[in-house]
Design a binder for this molecule. Sequence first.
Ligand SMILES: [Zn+2]
Length: 873
Amino acid sequence: MRSDTSGHASGGTLRLMAATVFEPAQIDPFRLPHDVKPIRYDVRLRPSLTNASFSGTVRIELAVSAPANVFVLNADELSITSCDVDGRPATWELEPATERLFVTPTDTVEADTSVLTIEFDGVLNDKLRGFYRSTYIDDDGVEQVIATTQMQATDCRRAFPCWDEPEFKAVFAVTLDVDDDLTAISNAPEVERSRADGRCVIRFADTMVMSSYLVAFVVGRLETTDTIDVDGVPLRLVHVPGKGHLTEFGLDVGAFCLRWFQEYYGIAYPGAKVDLVALPDFAAGAMENLGCITFRESLLLVDPATSTQNERQLVVDVVAHELAHMWFGDLVTMRWWNGIWLNEAFATFMEVAACNAYRPDWQRWTAFGVERSAAFETDSLTSTRSVEFEVRSPDDCEGMFDVLTYQKGGALLRMLEQYLGAERFREGVSHYLEVHSHANTETNDLWDAIEFTSGEPVRRIMDSWIWQPGYPLVTADLVDGALELRQERFRFGDDGAHEHGVNSSVEAQLWAIPVHVRIGDTTSTLLLDGESASVVIDTEDTTAVIVNAGGHGFYRVAYSDALRERLDAATIASLSTLERYNLVDDAWAATVAGRMSAGELLGLLGGFGGEREHSVWQAIAIALRGLGRLLDAGPAQDAFRAEVRMLASPTLDALGEPTGDEPDLTSKLRGLLVGLVGTLGDDIGVQARCREWFDAASTDPTAVDPELISAATSVVAATGDDGTYDLMRERFLTGPTPQEQLRHLYALAQFDDESLIIATCEFAMSPAVRTQNAPFLLSAAIANRHHGAAAWAFVRDHWDRALDRFPSNTIVRMVNSVTLLSTPELVADTTEFFAAHPVDQAAQTLEQVLERQRVNARFRGREAARWNGGANR
Ligand SMILES: [Zn+2]
């Protein structure tokens, strides 16, 4: 798509942070020395599902490059019962603070090879990390236990002692010693079965050399689908009994993606088989264990007949994401966790690309605009971080798994791909994987590979995006017969609450921005890498100028008045969907930042009455819901509701009733508008219809279009009474699919009744709600439009219980909706609380949440008085 580079830089210089130099391993207490390295692990584990415990033996072949008096590896929450080195007993010591194990052989081990054997016991924990316990209730009402693993990032050391850093790649040979009636799977195919002590001993084939965080084993009463042969790769889906009818869609997606990625990368699938495993309890979304990919049930098991497009797209995204990792991540792996962002950013990019190939009609790259906006939102804060940064401790590492890693990282790769052209980008990726197969890399290795195949200054461009925080606003103006583009950092404003380090100093930040400009039918590309650049255009011509043409740049655009006047209704209608999305999204961000008033924003939204694309309406809905938050009950709120109805109802009416053969995005848009008009617009007619759809679906789940059922569930909850609440809770408990269960679960957070919201919070703390979902339910309750403060008070008062119960990575997600509590009293309350209750594993994310809350408080302070006083009407 990129054709030429016609821009010129003027003024300013590109200011980059030097690549971080990491401390040598010898003096960093979290890092392991490199003079002893694992080559091969033979791991044998004997889990007891009834006692929630396991015992194990690991035999590790080592390459020793210098005489060693002590072996330093990782182990945590394990009880070591014996250690020997080359057949002779050794002593050992565990250091819990750094999760390390020190093994001292009787004699110095001279340089060469050595064999370390360790016996140990452990507990199958309930914290969804390491080797852990998941449960389900079977058809006879009996609780069944699954022993399963989640090693990333640093929890393999909780399953068996190991060199638990991604750079220490080795072969893993797993043997599981299990009760006869259980299914057992691991990364590689089963190769041998024998019996010992009345149990079944299952040996799996050797893996390729890989990092410890990719090891997996799953044991339990499970069912597997028939194996599909995908051009020689066996593919199955594994699930708890009774859910086989929800597997067809996931298998189809899996087969499609396996083929698509082999073609894209130009490299055969690196494992021997693929099992997609749906687990009842899972802390993250899914995990790319080589050949044994684990998922939350709702992200793999789905009924196409009763699910929404969004629910199915999630399954496609996540299956594609994990399969993309089999090459990018598993075959080629970051050297250290500072590189996790590239691993995840790339998988995010590929999940969208693969989904776009699987279902072109879903316009996945356009829908990605919303995910990019989520990254913009955090990246507009002073407390944002650079995409790549130094990682030392496990807490630092856990903090990497955020919106900047996934969504910003993925959006930056999309921008680069659009600048180079898809094929040149693909060639570079393929070259990178080819050159570094089975090895570890730094971020630069990818840029160098793409630079090698494309001849473009990829490293210089990307360094400006990944080593500095934030992102640019590009302003466009007409100056002296030319189009002038200027860049500056976009911010929501600064309340002075942050210490200003080097990243946010007064010195202007600059990015190397690939800018696509379209005038009429001509698109040109320039690299804006100084403060400004000018493009000579025909100033007599009054054709509209579109900056960020195509819409994929990771920057916002502000047009001068003269250029904005050229964007008349006809021009806007002729833009691509993503370009129109960006117009709305940029305007909403400008409003939050105080560059535009809410009144001006509403004026702009008024021009979108004829809009028919779901993505654009999604941006409009986000803006309207944000504005709705500023209003107190009363005439101003009534007037605003009328305005929402006036804007959205004509499109809803024009869509009419669902037809069996309409595009998925049409049905999806209808659902979105029903939700918008039914709740924010408070439209009594739509609310009544929602109740009809909801009731009809209770007798026949296929009687009503799933998009309408899903929207109706929210509307019915938001307007429902105690009886409706009980019905929703019952449907959560008995729903036939994971998606229907979750719809009703999260609907419990939408009722307009404080006692019901408190009941929801209490329900979240009960065993009826899995700990993988409970933190998100509490977050939804805090986001309740009317009773969020009460939900926040509940979470605050149950903080210790929540910390004790919920997976560590979900704690900050539980409270991220306090951003919406924007009164001065609530800002003071949350600030004071978190000063006394830090969340160490997500310190920076929490800081961002609190800053975003203050941004909303300032926004409210600016706008609310005017609104509630009627000045905006
Ligand atoms: Zn990933």
